[in-house]
Design a protein around this ligand. Structure first.
Ligand SMILES: C[S@@+](CC[C@H](N)C(=O)[O-])C[C@H]1O[C@@H](n2cnc3c(N)ncnc32)[C@H](O)[C@@H]1O
Length: 357
C-alpha cells in the first residue's frame, strides 16, 4: 500500500514544506514574540476571558491569529489537491480486499451521526472527516503537518502507549474510542502483544483507511463503526479503554456519556486513559488555547475545560481519578508538571482512573 507522502509531486512537496515551516515559525517565533509584546504592554489579566479581550489589543495579534488560520486553510487545500489528483489509486487501495485477515472491519451504514458531529467542519477540514472516503486521506495528510511531523512513525502515540498506559495481562481486551484512521490504535498492538485490540469511530472513511493500512502490515486490529458512547461490548469486559484527542471534540453531555460508557465497559481493576488537554492556570496561555479552538472550528474545547471529569469519574465509582500532564517532546507522562516552554504547544494531559476491583 502506497503512502500519500510517496505520491507528492515536486511542487506539492515544496508547498507542504512551506506550510510546515510556516506553522513551525508561527509556533516558535511569532507566538513568543506575541506573548513578549503582551507582557511588555503592562496589561494585567486574571482570567482567560479577560485574556482573550486584551490579547486582541496587541499589535501582533492580527498576524498571530491570521497566520494560524491561513496556515490551516492552506494545508487542507493542498491535501485536497493531492488527494483528488491521486484519487483513483487511493480509492483503489482502500477498496482492495487485504491479503491479511488478522484484523477485521465492521461498518454500520445505519449508524446515526450526532448533529453536533456533522454540524461543524472540525479543524476547518472542508466536509470534515466522515463525508467521503477520500476525506480520510486528506485528514491523514493534514494531521502530519498539524503535529509538525513530530508524529511520523506514530512517535507521539507510541509515547502515550509506552509512558501513560499500564501493563496488562497477555490476553487483555483494549478498546480505543474514536480511533480515527488508526494512529492511536496501532501502537497498542506492540504495547500489548497477544491482546484483543478494538478501535471504534463514527467515521467510516477513517476506519476504512485504518483497516487497509493495518491489514497491509498484518496487524490484528478490529475496527468497528460505533459511537464511543455506545460500544457493542458487554459490561465489565474490557481491561483498558483509551481515547486520544476525542473528549474535546464533543459537547459536555457527550463527554460525560463517553466516560460513563468507558466505566461501564471496564472490568473491575480495569483502567481508562484519555489523552486530552487541560487549562494550565496561566490565563494568557489558556486564552490562546481557547482562541486556537475557535479559530480552528473546535467548538467544544470549553466544554471539556468546564467539566470536572475527576469528579465525574469519582461519582461513577472509579478510583484514583486524576489529570496528569503529558510532554509530547520527551518524557511523555510528566507527573512533575509541564516543562517551561516558550513555543506554542498544546497543554496535553492524561485523564486516568481505575475501576474498583
Ligand atoms: C482528533 S481525531 C482523533 C483520532 C485518534 N484518536 C488520534 O489520536 O489520531 C477525533 C476522532 O473522534 C471521532 N469521534 C468523534 N466523536 C466520536 C464518538 N462519539 N464516537 C466515536 N468516535 C468519535 C472522529 O470521527 C475522529 O476520528
Amino acid at each position: 500500500m502506497r503512502d500519500i507522502d510517496q505520491m507528492l509531486t515536486l511542487d506539492e512537496r515544496s508547498s507542504a514544506d512551506f506550510i510546515l515551516s510556516l506553522r513551525k515559525r508561527w509556533a516558535d517565533t511569532v507566538y513568543p514574540a506575541f506573548i513578549s509584546e503582551f507582557e511588555n504592554s503592562g496589561k494585567k489579566v486574571r482570567t482567560p476571558k479577560e485574556g482573550e479581550k486584551k490579547l486582541k489589543m496587541i499589535k501582533l495579534y492580527p498576524w498571530f491569529s491570521h497566520l494560524e488560520r491561513i496556515g490551516q486553510k492552506m494545508m487542507w487545500r493542498l491535501g485536497s489537491d493531492v488527494v483528488f489528483r491521486c484519487s483513483d489509486e487511493l480509492l483503489g487501495q482502500l477498496h482492495t480486499e487485504p491479503a491479511s485477515t488478522a484484523g477485521t472491519l465492521k461498518l454500520n451504514p445505519d449508524l446515526k451521526l450526532p448533529k453536533w458531529y456533522t454540524d461543524t467542519d472540525i479543524h476547518m477540514q472542508p466536509g470534515s472527516f466522515y463525508s467521503d472516503d477520500l476525506s480520510a486521506y486528506v485528514y491523514q495528510f493534514g494531521a502530519r503537518i498539524v503535529m509538525l511531523r513530530d508524529n511520523d512513525g506514530y512517535k507521539f502515540h507510541k509515547l502515550f502507549a509506552n509512558t501513560a498506559l499500564p501493563d496488562l495481562p497477555a490476553n487483555a481486551r483494549v478498546v480505543d474510542i474514536a480511533c480515527g484512521f488508526g494512529k492511536s490504535t496501532r501502537p497498542l498492538v506492540s504495547r500489548y502483544p497477544g491482546a484483543e485490540v478494538i478501535g471504534v469511530d463514527l467515521a467510516a472513511p477513517g476506519l476504512k483507511l485504518a483497516h487497509a493500512e493495518a491489514a497491509a502490515e498484518g496487524l490484528p486490529i478490529h475496527f468497528r463503526q460505533e459511537d464511543g458512547r455506545k460500544v457493542n461490548l458487554p459490561d465489565s469486559s474490557v481491561d483498558l479503554v483509551t481515547g486520544t484527542m476525542i473528549l474535546h471534540e464533543m459537547p459536555k453531555k457527550a463527554i460525560i456519556e463517553a466516560v460513563e460508557e468507558a466505566a461501564r465497559l471496564l472490568k473491575p481493576g480495569g483502567v481508562i486513559r484519555f489523552l486530552e488537554f487541560q487549562p494550565t492556570g496561566d490565563p494568557v496561555r489558556d486564552a490562546t488555547v481557547y482562541e486556537h479552538a475557535e479559530r480552528n472550528n473546535e467548538p467544544y474545547f470549553r466544554d471539556l475545560f468546564d467539566t470536572d471529569l475527576v469528579q465525574v469519574c469519582t461519582d461513577l465509582g472509579l478510583k484514583d481519578a486524576m489529570w496528569v500532564p503529558f510532554d509530547e517532546r520527551a518524557e511523555g507522562l510528566s507527573p512533575q508538571g509541564w516543562p517551561e516552554r516558550t513555543d506554542w504547544h498544546f497543554p496535553w494531559c492524561v485523564l486516568q482512573a481505575t475501576k474498583v476491583a
